[in-house]
Ligand binder design. Sequence first.
Ligand code: FAD
Length: 541
Amino acid sequence: SYRGIVLALGASGCLGGLVLVAVDGDLIPVQAFTSTDPGEGKKKLVVLGTGWGGMSFLKQIDTRQYDVKIISPRNYFVFTPLLPSVTNGTVEARSIAEPVRRMLSSVDFYESECVNIDAVNKKLLCRDASNVRVKGKEDFEVDYDYLIVAVGAMSNTFGTEGVKEYCHFLKELEDAEKIRESVVDCFETACLPHLSDEERKRMLSFVIVGGGPTGVEFAAELYDLVSEDLASLYPSVKDLVTVTVIQSGDHILNTFDHRISKFAEEKFQRDGVTVKTNCRVLKVNEKDVLVKEKATGQEVHVPFGMAVWSTGIGTRPVLTKFMKTIGQTDRRVLATDEWLRDDIAYLFEKADIDKSGTLEIEEFQRTMEKARERYPQLEVYLQRQKFRHVVDMVKISPGDAKEKAMHLNVDEFKKSLAQVDKQLKLFPATAQVAAQQGAYLAACFNALPKKDYKPEGPERIRGEGRHRFRQFQYRHMGQFAPLGSEQCGAELPGDWVSIGRSTQWLWYSVYASKQVSWRTRALVLFDWTKRLFFGRDSSRM
Ligand code: FAD
């Protein structure tokens, strides 16, 4: 019943990435089908979230065709790749935020959080997310015909005790501002006259849990702040500063090319940034993290004045609740199909399993078992009426199997399982993916009226069954790993790897060009220049 109604983007759907439209090359402009009367026959399209996925969609959707509403607790878009630069004041927080109302003037925006998705009645329960509320009127409902879920993800503590209480996260703009304030606070406190040397030392111990791109970039920014600015401002305590990165894997930046990962480790070693690999954090206390070294099994306490937790992302509560209602209970993220819809049942329609061809039941059962192991929610789809015969086949005991060769289109069936496999693979959790997904969906929606008008006509994509659109295809445009001291690693399209100072200049130019407005571009360029001449501002506001 949800088919074609709920669509998920970026981190919400596939733990979502910065660049181009990967769509339907032959989409035809739809202006000819646009109603002249605003509101007349327009479908209600609601977008949850004003991050990479949501804004990319909104910038390209044709608002003359849809009655578009945006719901998000954040009335601005944040350029997340520059968040680590906010933590040390290289860039100011407001320089990387652009108000939604400035970016999109012709759509309704409600500053609120969606707390429940009722996909059966197509209703959303929303809650005023501001500090200024009308008592008794905090909650309200919004109807939709199409819902775009682009709520992103949240920091994941993996249930580790003490993380929420004592660690900082680096996910939102406020997190970055709090970290900036906290670093300076640690330095000021360490200078108080009544502290012991040990207390001073702990105060200036900075621990980063997670050696992924965010953790490493933050460690690099912190090192730059301390060595380039704070060391001269706090000469009496500068030698007490330690920066430690705790990583559960063998290497930091392990999703990058091994040359970048090695370069980062060597640079950190030269800079005196300690990298503890193969270590798992068991618990966080007010003053230290308890770490278990995998090789020796030893448990050690690593003291900190400030700790940042950056180990990965998890699902937002509203999505967890929604996933339960559609049977995706065991998943970390909402599964979508290649068209970014939440329903994979249609894949089995393609299988046409009881019409032609034969398949040994044992082989079939083995295939099904494998698929079920990999995708626990497959069972839910199979339980649906349409696939009862599939469930029945799975249930046949192996003893009976030899006699009962089933009739089904083996190739088609295998193809559909392979598609389930492909579509459930997670995309990287990057702005790049989210932005491409948003652009893809907007192009599909813009072309929808035309496709609906002539569903069987030449618009139909050949070889893709009854679907009117090409599937979403992610195009990887490379990734950067800024490593501090004007050094950067980059994986570029075509398997090129580039490391060093010139790559840092490439990073500057790419991120300046990717800014969402001329205003933020000018502000970011101004901040970079300001830092070059005057250093970073260490006031604690
Ligand atoms: P988000 O951009 O997180 O947007 C989610 C939106 O949903 C927000 O507006 C939020 O307020 C809203 N929302 C949340 N809950 C609700 C609700 N209940 N109802 C309605 N709205 C809701 N990616 C790169 O490609 N390159 C990088 O260099 C890079 N650097 C990064 C650095 C940092 C520090 C971080 C944290 C991330 C970085 N990323 C980078 C990853 C990138 O930011 C994410 O992959 C991307 O933001 C995902 O986009 P999204 O639209 O899915 O979610």
